[in-house]
Design a protein around this ligand. Structure first.
Ligand SMILES: NC(=O)c1ccc[n+]([C@@H]2O[C@H](COP(=O)([O-])OP(=O)(O)OC[C@H]3O[C@@H](n4cnc5c(N)ncnc54)[C@H](OP(=O)(O)O)[C@@H]3O)[C@@H](O)[C@H]2O)c1
Length: 298
């Protein structure tokens, strides 16, 4: 298949590219860093800053995967940064949908990222795909992001929206937690009671491949493993797998000082259930956190 991808240079995208390449697909990478993308993937790259790139990359593609977005937890959430977080997702998705609409040979499917932040946060509620959206800024971003993608269905392209949980793999949020653990200074972040709904990166990539190939996938899916954990359990399991202690909690104020409002993402989680994936019979290779961590940790 010919597959166009945004966000291909990221933590999820890089692994997706490797697995698609192993299956022999022809990839078209849309990137705001064309040189980096070219070096990382060796694929045909289109510069997202050039308006004509979008249609050129999309025309005749069979499938599109949309993973682009300014990283959520790397900078303090100033008003300008909050706008960047939202615009990077909404505008990329809008450009994709516009190009799909304009293409004479339209892709059959658009698989687009969203996030479990859609639901807001709670220590007690369980969220399925039918649950209402939350009230915080991340929920606002996710709603705007999903709404942009929704417009693609008018042109007859199948839409699969994945509300992705914390991706477990050698990078991302878990990658950031590994450093202190390796230095014997690891521990839970905040109260430890908050829920962490997660998915192993290999399972997420398998899910994207399945969503492309299987036409029965349509609409919104929670992309999370069946067993969410509390932060304290995540920390204890990390300590166990790394054979390091897990006793040095990271206080909430430290994270707040770093990220401002963005710290809520980590300090207050949500328990999200993959109800539609289970109904679809999706097989998680890493349904429990310990095996998910052992996949990439010694
Ligand atoms: N990792 C997680 O735990 C997690 C959880 C929930 C949802 N998600 C969502 O899943 C998607 C992929 O996650 P990831 O962890 O692979 O993300 P990532 O490593 O941060 O990579 C995202 C990619 O988006 C592009 N990008 C970065 N800043 C941008 C900006 N300001 N405007 C437009 N494009 C920009 C970059 O690609 P180029 O430079 O090549 O354009 C980057 O490689 C993201 O949309 C993320 O929000 C991730």
């Amino acid at each position: 298949m010919k597959i166009a991808i945004t966000g291909a240079t990221g933590f999820v995208g890089q692994r997706l590219v490797e697995r698609l390449q192993a299956e022999g697909h022809e990839l078209r990478i849309l990137s705001q860093r064309p040189t980096v993308a070219q070096q990382l993937t060796g694929c045909q790259v289109f510069d997202t800053a050039t308006e004509t790139s979008w249609l050129a990359a999309l025309e005749g593609a069979d499938a599109v995967v949309n993973l682009a977005g300014e990283p959520i937890a790397e900078q303090r959430w100033t008003p300008a940064q909050k706008q960047r977080l939202k615009n990077s997702r909404v505008q990329t998705t809008r450009a994709l949908v516009t190009a799909i609409t304009a293409a004479t040979q339209k892709p059959q499917v658009l698989v687009t990222a969203s996030a479990i932040g859609y639901y807001g946060t709670s220590e007690t509620a369980q969220f399925t795909e039918e649950s209402a959206a939350g009230q915080d800024y991340l929920a606002e971003i996710c709603q705007a992001w999903e709404q942009e993608a929704q417009a693609v269905t008018v042109s007859g392209t199948r839409l699969v929206t994945l509300r992705i949980g914390i991706v477990v793999g050698p990078g991302g949020a878990i990658g950031k937690m590994l450093g202190p653990f390796k230095l014997f200074a690891g521990g839970p972040i905040g109260s430890g009671r908050q829920w962490v709904s997660w998915i192993q990166r290999e399972d997420l990539v398998s899910l994207i491949l399945e969503a492309i190939a299987n036409p029965s996938y349509q609409g919104t899916y929670n992309a999370t493993a069946p067993q969410a954990v509390r932060m304290a359990d995540l920390s204890a399991t990390l300590g166990e797998v790394l054979q390091r202690p897990s006793w040095l909690p990271v206080p909430a104020f430290a994270l707040e000082a770093l990220l401002g409002e963005g710290a809520l993402l980590v300090l207050e989680g949500q328990q999200v259930l993959p109800k539609r994936l289970e109904a679809a019979g999706f097989q998680f290779r890493y349904p429990d956190l310990k095996s998910a961590l052992q996949q990439f940790l010694p």
